[in-house]
Design a binder for this molecule. Structure first.
Ligand code: NAP
Length: 485
């Protein structure tokens, strides 16, 4: 089985209350292959009424699910982890078809994404409150942890599996039910994941999946419903702001995983080859279409020329192509708009005075491809340094002092990931404490780890996914006062 065969055609539909079905209107949303712009298949286009039905199902399932023993909840997650692991090749192929990334990379995402299920299968049985004596004696203070209740999850197209599992895993472990709205461009992986969870024994109604082209209407309608207790969103800061505003009337709990503008600092004492290796990961993971993607390369002026030359050589040697073909390193961008955005940022940077070391254009032919690109002499104020590039472009600027590097790194409205290469331990400590980012990768280009708290500050959002912190997003605390006498 490969790719589309994994997802039976009756499951390219809505999952509501344990039943797979098409939209009543019969409307469908086309899923496009970004490697050539052709139509791969289609999925149901739900109305807002059908989204409300999905919430009805989540609400109906909530009480029983919260009472289901934690061990049972954990074991369902563990079985889903095993199934994902067994079917990693097929799931990766399906993901590659709809999203464009090379199959090997998609397989990496299946490994990363499924680990959230394994981690939270282990955490489900470690939810506990506390019992303490009041400081003045007398009464006892008891805390009870409870699931938040029905949740809405909205996920982006760039990591179609992992952006779901890091919400679904802790929610299942905590005893929450949910409505999931995957990105319209990559719904197939999420539907395949839902089918796997069903096979793993997840009761109907706990996880409902709604695909729709009326996304804004879905979120405003569900957020206006008192029964919805939490929204976890991963996507752009612009949409995140809308969801935060919509939460105000009902004071819904929120987790916001939004955009980034990661600095990648290379100091004069860095192991330059290791820095180039790390840059390739931090920049080229997911073709640069990652919130954690290195966006601004800040390199000490003593080593900048050598770093640019080495990075240019590595980037220039990458092979572009359809993600399902052998030997491909870099797939297409997600769509025409993404390609136009990356092309504009590079053209503006060159207009502002940047020099192209390698790449700098889109190759001829079908699909939304952009050549891996390295730019030097990029003026700090150029749009490519302030906007999220979301593509395979590495703009390099130089600095002379550590203080300047830190100031420029922090000079962004975002605060998600950052990276630094240095062999100086004292500097590492100063950087960890002064970089205003939720994550700092020191001498590594990869910060994501299911056991670590992933998340941002400033306009990159709030809340954490993964680690011990991730389950807290799905738990409420009730404090019980007990007189001891
Ligand atoms: P996006 O346009 O914000 O879309 C993300 C999701 O939001 C999609 O499911 C989309 O649905 C939905 N959406 C669109 N308009 C909405 C509205 N008015 N109300 C509610 N939902 C709405 O972002 P994107 O372009 O897919 O993803 C890229 C962005 O995500 C980047 O900024 C990236 O940095 C960020 N991201 C952040 C993280 C993190 O963990 N911090 C991880 C990955 C990506 P439709 O597909 O139906 O439009």
């Amino acid at each position: 089985m490969t790719g589309l065969d994994l997802l039976e055609s009756n499951k390219r539909n809505l999952l509501i209350g344990g039943t797979w079905r098409g939209a009543r209107s019969g409307e469908r949303i086309e899923v496009i292959d970004p490697a050539d712009g052709s139509v791969l298949t289609d999925v149901a286009d739900a109305s807002t009424d059908e989204a409300v039905e999905a919430l009805d199902a989540a609400v109906a399932a909530q009480a029983d699910w919260a009472r289901t023993p934690p061990r049972e909840r954990g074991e369902i997650l563990r079985r889903a982890f095993d199934l994902l692991t067994e079917r990693a090749d097929d799931v990766a192929h399906l993901m590659s078809l709809e999203m464009g990334k090379p199959v090997a990379e998609a397989k990496g995402e299946v490994g990363y994404g499924s680990e959230f299920f394994r981690w939270y299968s282990e955490e489900a049985v470690r939810i506990h409150g506390r019992w303490m004596q009041a400081p003045a004696g007398g009464s006892r203070l008891l805390t009870v942890r409870k699931p938040v209740g029905p949740c809405l999850f909205i996920t982006p197209w760039n990591f179609p599996l992992a952006m779901g599992t890091r919400k679904i895993g802790p929610a299942i472990a905590a005893g929450c039910t949910m409505v999931v709205k995957p990105a319209s461009q990559t719904p197939l992986t999420m539907l395949a994941l839902a089918a796997i969870l069903e096979e793993a024994g997840l009761p109907g109604g706990v996880l409902n999946v709604v695909t729709t082209s009326s996304t804004g209407e879905l979120s405003s309608t569900l957020q206006a419903d008192d029964r919805l207790r939490k929204v976890s969103f991963t996507g752009s800061t612009a949409v995140g702001r809308t969801i935060v505003a919509q939460s105000a009337d009902r004071l819904q709990r929120l987790s916001m995983e939004l955009g980034g503008n990661a600095p990648f600092l290379v100091f004069e004492d860095a192991d330059l080859d290791a820095a180039v290796d790390g840059a390739m990961v931090a920049k080229m993971r997911n073709m640069g279409e990652a919130c954690t993607s290195a966006n601004r390369f800040l390199v000490h002026s003593d080593v900048a020329a050598e770093f640019a030359e080495k990075l240019g050589r590595r980037m220039g040697a990458l092979t572009l192509g359809r993600g399902q073909d052998d030997g491909v390193d870099v797939g297409p961008l997600i769509d025409e708009k993404a390609l136009a955005g990356v092309s504009r940022l590079v053209a503006d940077a060159v207009h502002d005075g940047a020099t192209v070391v390698t790449g700098g254009s889109a190759p001829d032919g079908p699909g939304f491809f952009y050549s891996p690109t390295v730019l030097v002499d990029v003026p700090p104020g150029s749009a490519i340094n302030t906007e999220e590039i979301f593509g395979p472009v590495a703009p390099i600027t130089t600095f002379d002092t550590e203080a300047e590097a830190i100031e420029r790194a922090n000079d962004t409205e975002y605060g998600l990931a950052s990276y630094a290469y240095t062999r100086d331990l004292a500097r590492t400590i100063r950087l960890a404490e002064s970089l205003d980012f939720g994550m700092v990768g020191v001498n590594t280009g990869l910060v994501s780890n299911p056991a670590a708290p992933f998340g941002g500050m400033k306009q990159s959002g709030f809340g954490r996914e993964g680690g011990f912190e991730g389950i807290e997003e799905y738990l409420e605390t009730t404090y019980v006062a007990l007189p001891a006498d």
